[in-house]
Design a protein around this ligand. Structure first.
Ligand code: C5P
Length: 286
């Protein structure tokens, strides 16, 4: 009888949305201090792994092109950060646009940490994994949680946020990559104050609460990428849109709708008008 094939393990790497993002200060090392509500959606990359003698990474999916599978890939960096490493054949299905403000690379790194901890049966507590994640990127600790979270510090001071009401969500990216450091560098003017965000209620209540907040990176991202204000205007004009905002440093923007059907209708409406954009209806990840 043949030996059973080694089990292939799977981890989702859900996209991160910043429902608001206030830049509240800047540290001496250049990193910015944030107050941000991060939420996660079902749209995402997928990472699988099977035990192997060596460590390897293959990338497929609609956004695989142009992404290195070498040591500089965040998945490989995550594997290297787990010092007690063994072999694994990893496959990343890249469904999210690269350099797009929805945490794709950070979510992939977080998925790699979770997946390899399981595959290699590593005795690593959540806080240890988060500390390792932070060495890979400021958004990796929040991506390890993949649930609504208020981010402070440079993104590493995390506190649970209230559950979000059911909503339809639409992600739109103009297929123009934006480098996060460039966007932060262009930010100017006074810093914002942190807010205290309380949940509860339906989409209308969520949008009312978000009305007092903003994404402070919208102005610099729009200056670097004029497609951003066009995407935001199109989302705001789409039927049923309750709120449209930039996520992270962009260029992905999101729209909030009453339900999945409304987001699907808006997706069809937008695709009809702008065939070149990446348009993806989704819902909260849970
Ligand atoms: O940590 P990560 O590699 O994702 O950040 C990319 C860049 O974004 C940093 O080098 C920095 O220029 C900028 N950044 C920042 N403040 C943050 C997060 C990122 O200035 N809180």
């Amino acid at each position: 009888m043949n030996a059973p094939a080694a089990a292939r393990l799977r981890e989702s790497a859900p996209a991160k949305l910043n429902l608001y993002l206030h830049v509240v200060g800047r540290r001496a090392d250049g990193y910015h201090e944030l107050d941000s509500l991060a939420a996660f959606v079902e749209a995402g990359d997928v990472l699988t792994a099977v035990a192997a003698d060596d460590l390897s990474l293959a990338i497929d999916g609609p956004f695989a092109a142009g992404l290195s599978a070498g040591a500089d890939n965040l998945v490989m960096k995550a594997a290297a950060a787990l010092r007690d490493r063994r072999g694994a054949a990893l496959t990343l299905t890249k469904n999210l646009p690269v350099a797009s403000g929805i945490g794709g690379g950070s979510a992939d790194a977080a998925a790699a940490l979770r997946l390899l901890r399981r595959l290699w049966r590593l005795d690593l507590a959540e806080d240890r994994l988060a500390a390792l994640g932070l060495t890979l990127g400021a958004d990796v600790p929040v991506c390890l949680r993949s649930r609504p979270t208020v981010m402070r510090g440079i993104g590493e001071v995390l506190s649970a946020a209230p559950d979000l009401p059911p909503a339809g969500i639409l992600l739109v990216n103009p297929r123009i990559p934006l480098a996060t450091p460039d966007v932060f560098r262009r930010r100017e003017g006074p810093f914002s104050a942190p807010v205290s965000f309380t949940g509860g209620g339906d989409v209308v209540a969520l949008v009312a609460a978000l009305a007092a907040t903003r994404n402070d990176l919208e102005t610099p991202a729009s200056a670097l990428c004029p497609a951003v204000p066009r995407v935001l205007a199109a989302l705001r004009a789409s039927p049923g849109c309750r709120l449209a905002r930039l996520s992270g440093s962009g260029a992905t923007c999101f729209g909030l709708y009453d339900d999945a059907a409304a987001a699907e209708r808006a997706a069809a409406w937008l695709t009809e008008r702008e065939r070149g954009w990446w348009v993806r209806p989704t819902r909260w990840f849970s």
